[in-house]
Design a protein around this ligand. Structure first.
Ligand code: NAD
Ligand code: UDP
Length: 340
């Protein structure tokens, strides 16, 4: 299969590009580097020992997309390109709607014009908001709590309407839980801009000495140790979910929604201890106030992905931490200062 990976220089896209390449896909990467380094593409090429084609362009640029698709031969698009910072989306909603919603509409329009009607879309567990019951399955009513989450839900609805209007479309909507970890080689990994918002990148930067200490956002939640609980999924397991989704779309027309998560909830303190074991250092931390907008507990019911896609995650929290530490300890400053 020839597969275009939008956002393929980013964190999840780069790991998925490798898995697709290793599975025999002809991969073309597209990214505007708004949140990724050029060095990520170099690292991908050296890891795959292949001169992976890369197009620096924006998904909102119809002419550039036409240039890419008119090369011909594309079977599918795996669409990661999006802005993803929840807090930023509340400050700059227009930028998020333009990039994530209008950008996706533009991409779909140009795909249709070139007869490419197979898509895997990166959605998020954020569309569920604060569900009343755990674990979360796909029938749980969406209740997005931020402009970011709403852009994901709006695109999901757009995809359903598109498929209803043209039944030739084959669309997989994957709702990811917390993507973490890094490629086992240590050559690529997550490289957040500025101070990380997310727990594992923050802990990894404390371990490597870039940050002084972790603030644990609340220890008075109604959970066994009082800290928030999430479903942490190794990025390679997540990448493998995309391969399974593409296989599924090869056999099925329609629009399909699947959670990708492990089904296991881990507390902030569980993660701190697991990372301490992986890196052999202690992670200085202090209890801080709750972070506004945080859900208390969130973990997936991944049964549907297991039964329909044949997908089950392989890696546990210990492996997540070992792989992340290999990346962070060999790349204390990520891909360096090469962000566009
Ligand atoms: P990321 O920021 O590392 O990767 C996204 C990539 O898309 C970046 O390289 C960025 O430069 C590129 N991009 C953004 N807008 C673009 C545009 N208009 N044109 C071309 N390229 C553009 O993020 P990630 O963590 O790899 O997330 C990938 C996808 O998964 C996103 O859609 C995100 O919303 C979704 N998601 C991520 C998580 C997570 O835990 N990281 C959870 C749920 C959903
Ligand atoms: N968290 C924390 N300190 C940090 C970052 C996160 O205690 O510096 C907690 C956060 O409150 C939540 C969990 O870690 O309970 C996961 O947060 P993250 O931002 O990684 O994921 P999300 O909340 O978006 O699922």
């Amino acid at each position: 299969m020839k597969t275009l990976v939008t956002g393929g220089a980013g964190y999840i896209g780069s790991h998925t590009a490798i898995e697709l390449h290793d599975a025999g896909h002809e991969v073309v990467i597209l990214d505007n580097h708004s949140n990724s380094a050029r060095a990520a593409v170099t690292a991908l090429r050296s890891l795959t020992r292949h001169d992976l084609p890369f197009v620096e362009c924006d998904i909102r640029d119809a002419t550039a997309l036409d240039g890419v698709f008119s090369e011909g031969g594309f079977d599918a698009v795996v669409h990661f390109a999006a802005l993803k910072a929840v807090g930023e989306s509340t400050v700059e909603p227009l930028r998020y709607y333009d990039n994530n919603v209008a950008g996706t509409a533009r991409l779909l329009d140009r795909m249709a014009a070139h007869g490419i009607k197979t898509l895997v879309f990166s959605s998020s567990a954020a569309v569920y908001g604060n569900p009343a019951a755990m674990p979360i399955n796909e029938t749980c009513p969406p209740d997005p709590q931020s402009p970011y989450a709403r852009t994901k839900l709006i695109v999901e609805e757009l995809l359903r309407e598109l498929q209803a209007a043209d039944p030739d479309w084959r669309i997989s909507i994957l709702r990811y839980f917390n993507a973490v970890g890094a490629h086992a080689s240590g050559a690529i990994g997550e490289d957040p801009c500025g101070v990380p918002n997310n727990l594992l990148p923050f802990i990894a930067q404390v371990a490597v000495g870039r940050l002084e200490r972790l603030s644990v956002f609340g220890d008075d939640y109604p959970t066994p140790d009082g800290t928030g609980i999430r479903d942490y999924l190794h990025v390679i397991d997540l990448a493998q979910g995309h391969l399974k989704a593409l296989d599924y779309l090869g056999r099925n027309k329609g629009v399909f929604v699947h959670n990708l998560g492990t089904g296991k909830g881990r507390s902030v303190l569980d993660v701190v201890r697991a990372f301490e074991r992986a890196c052999g250092r202690s992670i200085p931390h202090r209890i801080a106030g709750r972070r506004a907008g945080d859900v208390v507990v969130s973990y997936a019911d991944p049964t549907k992905a297991r039964d329909e896609l044949g997908w089950t995650p392989k890696y546990d929290l210990a492996r997540i931490c070992t792989d992340l530490w290999r990346w962070q300890s060999t790349h204390p400053h990520g891909f360096g200062d090469q962000k566009a």
